[in-house]
Write a protein that binds this ligand. Structure first.
Ligand code: UD1
Length: 416
């Protein structure tokens, strides 16, 4: 796997790009597939490092999972004898491995799940997941970096989440889907990926209501039957190419998107002066004459997504005026700042706030991708910069973006 990306800046992105399936929906649906009897076929799952790791995990756990010729993913868990322990080394590679907690408990009442790895964007505890599965009847021990969960007798429960955690909501929906009685998750996360999970489970016979609102009600069923399901497009990938158009002074039509999922991003992009138009083919973004400063606070959906924060930093680096960005979801998501500053940006951090003093232009430099979205933000900065940028540790970017080099090249970027 190549490790560096080299980008020559100054070539505006122009043309159309087709958005892949959502990474975060793909990851949770892959985990949820083990709860069904029979073969599940998932369409539109992006082939990226993170989904490949989930597929490898399934195979190591005794399910049969493989990509089919038409690009879909087939997952067929065994009737009996599936391991209930996630492979340790693979689990360390991505946080989404923790989604096997709810899926395994829902499937077979037992799970040993390693406390997860993934992006280094701050402490990512699992207390809410644990509190929830305990309420549903699981006995939990945490030892040597693993959660040991046993659920002999489970029952529906009312669970209040102190924070609308995406992963905790997903784990609890999965476990509740097979837990007898009615479970109610209050202050649930409302992200589109949660709705996709609920739709997927319901397509297999589950009874999940209210996904997309902050109260999700789940009536447990005894059995889920496998079928075929197509996952939603990736709103963060779409947002990345949209900002790519704005930052490079170009014009891009992002195709295969659900515009309502993009509204929090569109709203802020318009405030920066970009022209955004929803058309029948997708969302068209045209760079404005200047980039205006904007202030942003990241929040759970439908607030501005934390996953877009680094990408916006890249754009606001070249805005006229000073922007203020407050990160409210993850505490360590400003690692990108040192890298952007190496490219001539003027950003300083005060606690959870980034103060971005716009500069006239960025210049190429050798920088390092510290996490997935930070890496993507460096790509955007490099597109706008004068000269050549080398992004080291680009592997982080491939974790989450399908065919990013090909897609950018198709839009006229000079990237290798
Ligand atoms: C998911 C997404 C990630 C996105 C994030 C927020 C996947 C695979 N990843 O991550 O891309 O950035 O949602 O939209 O879907 N928290 C606790 N206790 C817990 C769980 C979470 O305190 O038990 C805190 C976290 O530390 C963090 C916040 O809640 O500060 C949000 O985390 P969460 O929504 O759980 O994010 P993930 O599901 O890990």
């Amino acid at each position: 796997m190549q490790k560096n990306l080299v980008i020559e800046g100054g070539h505006p992105l122009r043309g159309k790009v087709k958005i892949s399936g959502a990474k975060n929906a793909g990851l949770v649906l892959i985990a949820a597939s083990i709860m069904a009897e029979g073969e599940t076929i998932l369409d539109n799952v992006p082939r990226i490092c993170d989904t490949e790791v989930m597929v490898e995990m399934l195979n190591e756990m005794g399910a049969s999972a493989h990509w089919r010729e038409d690009g879909s993913l087939s997952i067929h868990p065994p009737q009996h004898g599936m391991k209930h322990r996630t492979p340790l080394e693979l689990s360390k590679k991505l946080r989404a491995s923790n989604l096997f907690l709810g899926a395994l408990l829902g499937r077979q009442g037992q799970a040993i799940v390693a406390l997860p790895g993934g992006c280094d964007i701050g402490s990512r505890p699992m207390d809410l997941h644990v509190k929830g599965v305990r309420a549903l009847g699981a006995d939990i021990q945490i030892e040597q970096g693993c959660i040991y969960a046993q659920a002999q007798e489970t029952y529906g429960a009312r669970i209040y989440l102190d924070f609308p955690s995406v992963g905790a909501t997903e784990n609890l929906i999965m476990m509740s889907a097979k837990t007898p009685g009615m479970s109610i998750i209050e202050n649930a996360a409302k992200e589109p990926e949660i709705v996709d999970l609920a739709n997927f489970l319901n397509s297999m016979g589950a009874k999940v209501r209210g996904a997309g609102t902050d109260v999700v009600k789940i009536e447990g069923v005894a059995q889920l039957k496998a079928g075929r399901y197509s996952i939603i497009p990736d709103r963060i990938e779409a947002g990345t190419y949209m900002i790519g158009a704005a930052v490079s002074g170009g014009e891009v039509l992002v195709e295969n998107v659900i515009p309502t999922h993009l509204h929090p991003i569109i709203a802020k992009l318009q405030e920066t002066g970009a022209l955004v138009e929803e058309t029948d083919q997708g969302v068209l973004v045209k760079a404005g004459e200047r980039v205006h400063k904007v202030d942003i606070r990241t929040l759970p959906y439908p607030g501005f997504p934390t996953d877009m924060q680094s990408l916006m930093l890249a754009l606001l680096s070249i805005a006229e005026g000073t922007s203020v960005i407050v990160e409210n979801v993850f505490e360590n998501r400003f690692q990108i700042v040192d890298e952007l500053n190496r490219m001539g940006a003027k950003i300083r951090i005060e606690g959870q706030t980034a103060i971005v003093e716009g500069v006239a232009s960025l210049y190429g430099a050798t920088v390092r991708a510290t996490d997935l979205r930070a890496g993507a933000a460096l790509v955007l900065a490099a597109l706008a910069a004068r000269g050549e940028t080398v992004i080291e540790d680009a592997i982080h970017i491939f974790r989450g973006y399908e065919n990013i080099t090909e897609k950018l090249r198709g839009l006229g970027a000079h990237i290798k």
